[in-house]
Design a binder for this molecule. Sequence first.
Ligand SMILES: [Zn+2]
Length: 497
Amino acid sequence: MKHRTVGKAIALSTLALLLLAPTSKCLAEQPSGKPIFKDHVLYAPAHFGNSYEVMGRYEMQQLIAEAKHWGFNRYADWFDTVDCSDPFAKHGHAHVQLAEALWARKLANFASAQALGLKCDLVITPNHVFIDQCLPGRLAKQGGRVFGQLVCPSVAEGRAMILKNYENMFADMARKGIRLSAICPCPYDYGGCLCDQCQPWIITFAKLCREIHAVCKKYHPDVKMHMIGWWWKVEEHEKFADWVDTNAPGWVERIYMHIPYGTTTVSSVRLPKGCERAAFVHIGYADQATPRDVYGHLGPVIAAVRLPKTVHSLADQHVSSVMAYSEGVFDDVNKSLLAGIGSGQFADADQVLRSYAKRYFLGDSDDSDDAAEWAKWLRQWGIPYQVNTVAAIEQWKSLAPAVMPDNWRLRQWNYKMRMLDLNQQIGTGKTWTPERLALVDRLWKTREQLHSRVWGLGPVRHVLNIRFTSFPWYGEWTRYQAATQESQLGSPASEKE
Ligand SMILES: [Zn+2]
């Protein structure tokens, strides 16, 4: 079944080392079995053309079931309304709109999560509305962190529209049998309004959320108010805490605090009285924040150092729960690391990765050393630009089946390895030889295959778009392409001459 050349050599040298020193297995910490956090929320927004947007009901059922296996006990999604017109307006056309299709898919995924015993949370961005609702006279004032399809909640028409949109969604969820456990509003991305009437925004946001929560309770009487601290400033937290303590004591039961890139702790800023300090954990990037390997631009990601460190740092800070921010299946290993350790099923990354390799690559009955070899192979991609890709390819040949099975978890790593190998061959610099340009073409072709053959993606938008890619030569390459195109077309002025 397998190539056994380099693999055997690695296995034998590893065996020699194991015989000379106390084995890591002997010294390995035993998992406590006791969850570190109360809740492990998988926040899987289906949008931007990511894999959650394209996966069907049965694929998502499997994905959620696997998330539960690793320790997740809540599921969250967000109706990102960019490019969508109001699906509840019933404009009278006979076809099914994008918004209707996306909403139906969200309801199906919530139903799957609920059937599996996970609680359902709806993430909301209150003043972000449908594109056909962005009409003059009610638009928000935008700039900086404030962008999107936004209306101003200080304009009566805008506020009424916001409340009606949520009423439509909450009522529809209830009609379809979905019981919301919490709503989780974010003030930014997409949200905010910079007009004078909306200042300070965080208080306008708080008041608006209070009204939305009241609407939600009509359909989901036990729904809790949890918030997401993404992009909040310290002074906004303080203003918010004061407002809640004065006007709505006990209302906000939990805030998932923002963890900035490259850090593993949350702010100790004051929260409303009785509010749990939880954490919003970005699992979509690798171990290092810079240079960044994020959102699947370089293929799947792994953070076998960062995520265990995050779990332990948050535990030290007495953080109650974690919400994993996930932009697609490319972070599948990170899901298992965060929930596997957070739920107390595994003591460390090595245990998680060996279990992952057995479950998905080898089969649970496998008793070879291959699970440990896979764990080592996966870990190295935490710093992808430093991987010796030639050695990684040789190790892959020894570990992976000779004929690649229909296994997306395995195949996505093969594509990453090949993309990073091509990246190393491309190197850096401003000179573009035909050979170097051909390597870039090969890399884009590989990326395209990963998108279409493994992840099934269509047009990807926003942060998933190629414009946000982080290959170090990308800027120089786009400038070269633009200059070449310009010289081939000639400028209109020179044509006139
Ligand atoms: Zn405003």
